[in-house]
Design a protein. Structure first.
Length: 262
């Protein structure tokens, strides 16, 4: 077994499965700059390691991932455009490394997957959720726009109308709705999630890795534009954070009040 440890991302490789764990449980696995850098590095390590034949993506604690760390972004001060540009650059690089790897990615989703956390679920090749899992886009609620490939992948998974509904109404889907809509592949009891997802990853690790990788690339390239869309998303969310709506939305979220958009 080979492993690397870090404060925000943990990567363990054993029996041909890369266990990629979001390790900010005390912050609902939200993404800050360190997270972005470490996610990109871990995903690159997965892509370049020919011993990896499947990836199990999970979050520590009660929730899968709440998305971007707005509190940390504001606390850091300075240029929020530069902050979000750096974060999305690293996050999106990590997503592309996983997409280009032969190894299929299985997401095990517990609690809430929101914002870029929803994007991680979408970017996974297969997703298994516990019965109590919930899914929401959440971006426009704080005056921002999606990143993590959401505007490319969500319409492909759900269809245009349902994707638009999630983005502009911030509808929260429970696990059964997510399954019915095509966002996830399977629901299991919360207590069985870890074992079921690990079994799926092990099963895939025993399969034809080269064929799996070819299928991933065929699907990703069937409609050109995901990588370009990631770049557009990064630029747009960074710019939105500096607008009046973005500043008000983030402030209201942190102050636990209803934003006043005008």
């Amino acid at each position: 077994m080979r492993s690397t440890a870090s404060p925000t991302i943990r990567l363990d490789i054993r029996e041909h499965v890369a266990h990629l764990t979001l390790a900010r449980a005390d912050a609902a696995n939200t993404m800050n700059l360190q997270f972005g850098r470490e996610f990109a590095a871990a995903a690159y390590a997965v892509r370049k390691n020919s011993d990896v034949r499947a990836v199990l993506l999970r979050g520590e604690g009660k929730n899968f991932c709440f998305g971007g760390d707005l509190r940390g972004m504001v606390a850091a001060g300075g240029d929020v455009n530069a902050y979000l540009t750096e974060l999305t650059t690293d996050l999106h690089a990590g997503l592309m490394h996983l997409a280009r790897a032969n190894a299929p990615v299985v997401a095990a989703v517990q609690g809430t997957a929101a914002g870029a956390g929803l994007g991680l679920v979408l970017a996974a090749d297969l997703a298994i959720a516990g019965k109590s899992a919930k899914f929401t886009a959440a971006y426009t609620a704080v005056g921002l726009t999606p990143d993590a490939g959401g505007t490319f992948l969500l319409p492909r998974a759900l269809g245009y109308k349902r994707a638009m509904e999630m983005f502009i109404t911030n509808r929260v889907l429970d696990a059964q709705q997510a399954l019915d809509w095509g966002l996830i592949n399977q629901i299991v009891d919360d207590g069985e999630l870890a074992e079921t997802a690990a079994a799926m990853a092990a099963r895939l690790a025993a399969g034809p890795s080269g064929a799996f990788g070819a299928v991933k690339r065929l699907l990703a390239e069937a409609e050109p534009g995901w990588e370009a869309q990631l770049a557009r998303e990064g630029r747009t969310i960074a710019a939105r954070a500096e607008t009046a709506e973005g500043r008000e939305g983030i402030a209201a979220f942190l102050e636990k009040r209803t934003p006043k958009f005008s």
